[in-house]
Design a protein around this ligand. Sequence first.
Ligand code: ADP
Ligand code: MG
Length: 870
Amino acid sequence: MLINFLKNFFKSKNQKTLEKINITLNIINDMAVKFSKFSDKKLKEYTFKYRNEVFNGVSLDMILPKAYSLVIEASKRILGIKHFNVQIIGGIVLHNSCIAEMKTGEGKTLTSTLPIYLNALSCRGVHVVTMNDYLAKRDYNQNKKLFNFLGVSVGLNLPEMDLNKKKKSYLEDITYGTNNEFCFDYLRDNMIFCMDQKVQRNLNYAIIDEVDSILIDEARTPLVMSGSLSADKKLYNQINNLVSNFILEENSFLQNCDSEKTFCIDEKRKQAYFTEVGFIKLEKIFVERNFFKKNYSLYSSKNIIFFQYATNALKAHTLFFKNKDYIVKNKKILIVDEHTGRVSKGRRWSDGLHQAIEAKENIEINNENYTLASITFQNYFRLYKKISGMTGTAATESEEFKSIYNLDTVSIPTNKSIVRKDLPDLIYMTEKEKIKAIIEDIKSCVKRKQPVLVGTISIEKSEFISKKLQQLNIKHKVLNAKFHDKEAEIVKMAGALGSVTIATNMAGRGTDIMLGGDFNSLLKYYKSSKLKFNYKKIFNLWEKNRKFVLNSGGLHIIGTERHESRRIDNQLKGRAGRQGDVGSSRFYISMEDYLLRIFLPDNMINIIKSLGLKKNKSINNIFVSNAIQNSQKKLENYNYEIRARLLEYDDIINEQRTIFYEKRNKILRDNKVDKIIFEISKEIFKSIVNMYFVDSRQYNKKNIKMLKKYVEKFFKIKFSRNFFCFKKKTFHNKRVISFIVKVLENRYKRKKYYLKKNNFNKFEKILVLKILDLFWREHLYDLEHLKNSIFLRGYAEKDPKQEYKKESFLMFMKMIWSIKHEIVSLISLFSYEKCSFEYFIYTLDEFYNNKFFLKTSFFEFIKYKKSKKF
Ligand code: ADP
Ligand code: MG
């Protein structure tokens, strides 16, 4: 008894979980027998029955056993396959918000049908998330028949779909799609202008396939929706020529004569500007070249744009140097980071400077990109009420799944035991020797006609090996995870007789590799070719090949290098030996591999050498393999920290995003926003008046004059001459505020009266939403800047994260205030006699896109645009 107790005590958590599930498994199997006796018609009636039960408050957990048995019986009839016991266990794990670790080929697509059906009974939506469109379509098509038979509806969500189609697929009980598309739709849903454009419902339950790839590998970079501002390419080039000549002339001129400078440069701050003399000269040239007429100043608001372009061109020519501040590669300007000296991929200088440098280097001028919205996958999937995931490889990252997503990982045993031989690593001194050995291994497989899959860590490495094989005339296929459909077709055949396939670790993930090749692909090939088609003959041929492959040792996996994490190595190995097939795997390592160079302690290299590692000789040693595993663990930790840090920062934005989206959604749902606008007006005027008159001592002429000017400028409200003839005792902030609000209210009513109520309501709503979006966009831009510069605070012994939190909060509050101010200001300045709603809204975008250049008020901008002079 004591022994039993101890045995139980030391059982792993995984084992205990599985044992508990076993009880339910038996119940399900018993019930499935009962269902097998029912007619199709009777089976179908059960969905309706279960739905009613859910509707009346019975929990999904209670319904689980019968619902699962129903699906098992339906699958037998419709798909012709019966769920294995391990698949039923997987299905239960998935319903319990956990990650089911099930090896490749165990049939996770079929496994998922169980929790998908059960959770679809609640009618709140189930999202099935896959890595790419190809897999989404494949799984949707495969399971559609089953779900339709059972009376639950299924939809597919693809990027090319229009709004109505998307809406429809989101309204179905089940929706298949990719993580990117679900996430984009969420962001887009928070940028719309009326409710009927919204496509998603509340996020209920998501099952994520290949969950480690989506929640770990892809979680390193946030998903960004970006827009692009079109640059006036001609103007950039014209002004570049003009300014470069101007600088040339000035430089030679200055050497000869002690004239006044036309421009100044501040190298430290990377600033350049024209002096008064330079400005006048520039203005003259602009007039000569017909940029604008003689009597107009360069300072006037419609010409200021030329001045901004010119200043950027001046900076480009005097402060930014090729091969120091940037390099030119493939006709692109790449910024060199001043701290690290490395190229900062994807970064561009903002506000027109990047384009000015492109003009200087005479390469194509690109548009300015800006972020419209962004979110990390971590924060997107946290929005669901419940999530769960499945993959062949999760256990090594179970801690991360727990701490970030609160997901437990349960490893599920395989249906048949694994007989794949994982051969010990072979370790070489140099990369060259290693590659030679790999090629020899491939050659010996080809000789035996054993299929071989070679996994690499990058596209370059794949291509390198491919080149070597070409030289030897060895036929092979190369994949690199770019064209999912095509690649799946090729990967399917990686187990065919004598096939050689080279792939990066991502390529073809999710596609089953059958030994002897995929029979259906073979059929398709014969059907489409001109060869004589005979089903039986083809089947016999396939079977013969399959036997041959099994005898040759099954699929052989070659790892050309250990990956950044053990998980990805396991993923590669797992491509062989599915469902009890024979197979083998071998990893090749050299002392020059990135992982060893960077993460193996120095003394280890000497130890390894002392173990007998010599030129042209390999060793396989468990001690060395363990040391390499430890390096991988170190790297796994390091990458985990990067992801955790990204999340820490995104969490801060996430709080703001949640508040912002809530406010925006409230406005979106409201049909009338006038109440909100009045509240905002009161709040804005209160704070403005209180700013000028902190207490009664400040009731003086100067302050009153300033307030009048301010209110007139931003809100077009004029005070009567004697309004401020007050005795100090009777004067009060409240009186001023109520006066302003009253004026505004009256004016507002008048506008509304003239502009038919409904139209005005619609206009107001769009205006408010637009302002929200434009300011949010600017806020995101500022936050990105803040994030990039905040690490400098570390030098001042301040905690950058705390500083970021503090500062971003202040920025957020400021944004909210500015939004309110802008809304009230634009509504009070809007004059229906001068421009239509549509024109007003349309121009708003353009104005904000060019705000940096314009330095003018919105209404002046409209005026100029209307006179077509701009
Ligand atoms: P995984 O995603 O786990 O790698 P898949 O879902 O792609 O595996 O399934 C691999 C193959 O196994 C598919 O061809 C599928 O039809 C088949 N399969 C899955 N479950 C069963 C089953 N219970 N009986 C027979 N074949 C199955
Ligand atoms: Mg799969």
